[in-house]
Design a protein around this ligand. Structure first.
Ligand code: V47
Length: 420
């Protein structure tokens, strides 16, 4: 017997409902009448249930889902779409784990293994950047002090840059490997210069998928959420991700979103949610990448379910630029950044380039009909791009805004980041 939400992806079409006649309700055209009561709840500002989440994932009516999500995104962020001038640094790809979806991981003696020194890490940072994003493998020999030291080196060399570093999975590994408490780790990282935490390592909060994809060795749902709660309690904002498009079911996606929403109610420090499209790796968990339709649906449903998250990010590295641009009208209000170098998705042959220019991002956001807003890691405005700024960027005579020493630091109360 097949149950709802369990047919992803091979027989997904079997559960999609046939189209009905079109109905126009408060500005949205529906071909799936099951979405209409959900739209009424969205307009009334009511919270959607997990059953609503499943109904939306199982719907074929992409344009209605996009319209509803865009309505919510506009209510939260208006016409604004955020981006950041940043760099992704992956200090090492040596990792004790062997997650089945990951092509990034190497053992110590493998040919492609790398280890960066603090000086090599520093060499990736330029004065124009407002965010440095750092995640790496679970390196068995680097003592915690090594990580602390390169964070301090960045802070000393760039007192005004924002450092977003270490997934909850890495923090959990430091704690287990070096017998430290999560509290001590977080306090020491803040003292070294950490501002916020990225959302990686969450994968899908499902014990079944964790077993099948061999990631039971990394922080599981309760621990991942606990670490973010501890970060939020000390004024460290963070992001959350969901790895989709492999063997997970729609029901598992909905449960993942429900757990994040519940955590956000409790601790309030999540800034952005980022659905990560599985990049088909050597293991080929599925034959091909999720379709653009599936990507857009996932962005839209995430925006609708996560009513307490201020931002939803269309991560162009994994979605590719075209789908990411369309996602800006399907509930996403952020496109990440210039990124400069990216190695995790590209280890699995991501089809996007390794980094893009400010010009490319500004054009992409304007082409989507939105207002480009350059931000820092904590979603403070660096620059709202008016028409003249957009023209200046296109004509390559734009003068970047300098980083400000007024940037908020971790350890401050999180009221500013409370859901809008
Ligand atoms: O945790 C690994 C995922 C994550 C693959 O917080 C893969 O702003 C797809 O978390 N296909 C790291 N994904 C990236 C990440 C992230 C990216 C951008 C912004 C932010 C943020 C966070 O990448 C890992 C893992 O879940 N990953 N292998 C793969 N083959």
């Amino acid at each position: 017997m097949l149950s709802r939400g369990q047919l992803w992806p091979e027989r997904r079409s079997a559960i999609l409902r046939p189209a009905n006649l079109m109905q126009h309700i408060h500005g949205i055209t529906f071909t799936d009448e099951h979405l209409i009561p959900i739209w009424e709840r969205v307009r009334a500002g009511e919270r959607l249930s997990p059953a609503d989440g499943l109904t939306m994932f199982e719907s074929h009516d992409l344009s209605a889902l996009g319209g509803m999500a865009d309505y919510v995104a506009r209510a939260k962020n208006g016409e604004r779409v955020h981006f950041v001038i940043n760099v992704h640094i992956n200090p090492t790809n040596i990792c004790v784990l062997n997650c089945k979806f990951c092509d990034y991981v190497h053992s110590r003696n493998d040919d492609g293994a790398w280890e960066m020194t603090p000086q090599e890490i520093l060499a990736h940072i330029t004065p124009e950047m407002h965010e440095v994003h750092i995640v790496g493998g679970h390196h068995p020999d680097w003592p915690f002090e090594y990580h602390e030291n390169y964070i301090r080196a960045i802070r000393d060399a760039h007192p005004d840059i924002q450092i977003k570093a270490f997934t909850a999975a890495e923090i959990d590994y430091f704690a287990k490997r070096w017998k430290l408490s999560v509290d001590e780790i977080l306090d020491r990282l803040v003292a070294a210069g950490l501002n916020s935490m990225p959302g990686g390592g969450a994968e899908i909060f499902s014990a079944r998928v964790a077993r099948e994809l061999r990631y039971t060795g990394k922080a599981q749902a309760a621990r991942w959420l606990e670490i973010h709660a501890k970060a939020h309690a000390r004024g460290i904002p963070s992001n959350a991700t969901m790895l989709y498009g492999h063997i997970e079911t729609y029901a598992e996606r909905v449960e993942h979103l429900r757990l994040l929403r519940e955590q956000q109610d409790a601790s309030g420090g999540f800034l952005a949610f980022i659905p990560l499209e599985y990049q088909v790796s050597t293991e080929k968990l599925v034959a091909r990448h999720a379709s653009a339709l599936e990507d857009l649906k996932t962005i839209a449903v995430s925006r609708l379910m996560l009513d307490n998250f201020p931002h939803v990010k269309a991560y162009w590295i994994m979605l590719q630029e075209d789908t990411a641009a369309i996602a800006l009208n399907f509930g996403a209000d952020d496109i990440d950044g210039t990124i400069a170098k990216e190695r995790i998705a590209h280890a699995a042959d991501a089809r996007s380039p390794g980094g893009v220019t400010r010009k490319r991002l500004v054009r992409l956001i304007r082409d989507a009909g939105k207002t480009p807003v350059e931000r820092d890691a904590l979603y403070n405005d660096v620059k709202v791009y008016g028409e003249e700024d957009v023209v200046a960027v296109m004509e390559e005579r734009y003068r970047p805004v300098q980083r400000s020493r007024e940037s908020p630091r971790a350890g401050r109360p999180l009221d500013k980041f409370a859901a809008r």
